[in-house]
Ligand binder design. Structure first.
Ligand code: CP3
Length: 375
């Protein structure tokens, strides 16, 4: 991770990639890095054009297409980091579960898991089939060098298990929670199998050039604090630690997590992604000051007129108050129909406004050289 080596005595000149990785590690930066959840997606004409000719899974499985979609979005938005174009559900296939994306309905898993026998049959020895994601990361990392951070990702054990058990998106997670409560052996077996696939999957991504791994626990907010702690926290902690041991920082993200934040912090993730329902300062306080935070503009603010948008961007920056370890992002993904210009405007606003919020009192020690003041 050469981006982390500081040049003694020289002023800190940060590339997008080093700015992003430094912020993940709560090191001082010249301004907060910015990128967006779902920055490559249907709101963008270039993506819709590629989608006319290929299915979502085809794009994911063809490294040249996945890399192109990833690179186009990150360049068009001029952000500091690119998240690889892939999907949460891809690891289900080598584990032996078929799924498809049904237009307008989202993912559909054909034979959802309901029994221990089904879980015992899941394969954990075919993760090499997912190498196409790493191949795409290799292309993106080669293209950007250190000019942008490259983010690999995977789903969390809970969120993936919920898709595997429910068979798709869910409102109440009845089957998932039923298995969790009634069949603790089967539940644990499933989570263990997921971790044994996800760790080598993340390793492929890191070996290919991912600077950071984001773990999406998108639906963890459906759990009470007690259930999270009893059924999900230990295995998530294990995954976070194992990914960190690959030598990269981990971003751990969920939605509707206000009450879960202190427990999510216990996973040891370097960065916690906040949704927009909790003011950023409050969320950061709940986490304590030993981790970085990512967020947390409401993605629907991107439909607002510019003065409102600017006010909300300022408020996120004010809440972060120039503390090291803030990564500007949304509280969840960009939705279809979002005006691309508004997303670009937010990037410009973050770049223009953040010097006002960068704390002049932060001194960076650069080895044996003089102190450099950022700001
Ligand atoms: O730039 C990016 O972030 C795009 C890469 C990306 C996709 N999926 C592509 C995709 C990422 C990071 C994901 C992760 C993902 N997939 C999550 C976690 C993120 C989150 O939103 O919390 C989840 C829950 C999934 C599962 C999934 N994939 C759902 C629920 C859907 C349907 C949603 C919809 O709006 O239709 C998908 C499909 C999907 N994955 C799309 C994209 C761009 C849109 C559908 C398409 O192009 O056909």
């Amino acid at each position: 991770m050469s981006v982390l080596i500081e040049n003694p005595g020289a002023p800190l000149e940060l590339t997008g990639g080093s700015r992003f990785v430094r912020a993940c590690l709560r090191r001082p930066v010249d301004r907060p890095p910015v990128w967006f959840l779902r920055q490559a997606g249907r709101y963008m004409a270039e993506y819709r054009e590629v989608r006319k000719h290929h299915t979502l899974v085809e794009i994911c499985k063809r490294p040249e297409l996945a890399a192109e979609v990833t690179i186009t979005a990150a360049e068009k938005l001029d952000v500091d980091a690119a998240i690889i174009f892939a999907d949460l559900l891809l690891p289900l296939e080598p584990m032996g579960l078929d799924f498809e994306f049904v237009a307008g309905e989202g993912p559909l898993v054909h034979h959802p898991l309901r029994t221990l026998e089904q879980i015992e049959k899941l394969r954990t020895d075919r993760t090499s089939q997912l190498e196409y994601v790493a191949a795409a990361i290799g292309k993106v990392a080669g293209h950007f060098g250190e000019s942008k951070g490259v983010i690999g990702f995977c789903g969390s054990p809970f969120t993936l298990a919920s898709y595997m058990i429910e068979g798709g998106s869910s409102r109440n997670y009845v089957f998932t929670k039923q298995m969790m409560y009634s069949e603790p052996y089967a539940w644990q077996k499933l989570l263990d199998k997921l971790v044994s696939v996800l760790v080598p999957y993340c390793k492929q991504q890191v070996d290919a050039g991912a600077d950071v791994i984001q773990i999406f626990d998108s639906w963890v907010g459906s759990l009470s604090v007690e259930d999270y702690r009893d059924y999900v926290l230990p295995v998530t902690k294990r995954l976070v630690r194992a990914v960190q041991e690959l030598g990269v920082p981990v971003i751990y993200f969920g939605v509707e997590t206000a009450s879960l934040l202190p427990s999510m912090r216990e996973t040891g993730a370097d960065v916690i992604g906040l949704d927009w329902r909790t003011p950023l300062a409050e969320g950061w306080q709940a986490l304590g000051d030993s981790c970085a935070v990512q967020g947390n503009l409401d993605p629907i603010t991107l439909f607002a007129p510019e003065p409102i948008l600017e006010m909300r961007v300022r408020q996120v920056l004010e809440q972060a108050d120039g503390r090291p370890g803030h990564i500007f992002n949304l509280g969840h993904g960009i939705v279809p129909g979002t005006p691309v210009e508004n997303v670009q405007t937010v990037v410009k606003m973050v770049k223009a406004l953040s010097p006002r919020f960068t704390r002049k009192d932060l001194q960076v020690q650069t080895g044996n050289g003089p102190e450099v003041t950022l700001g």
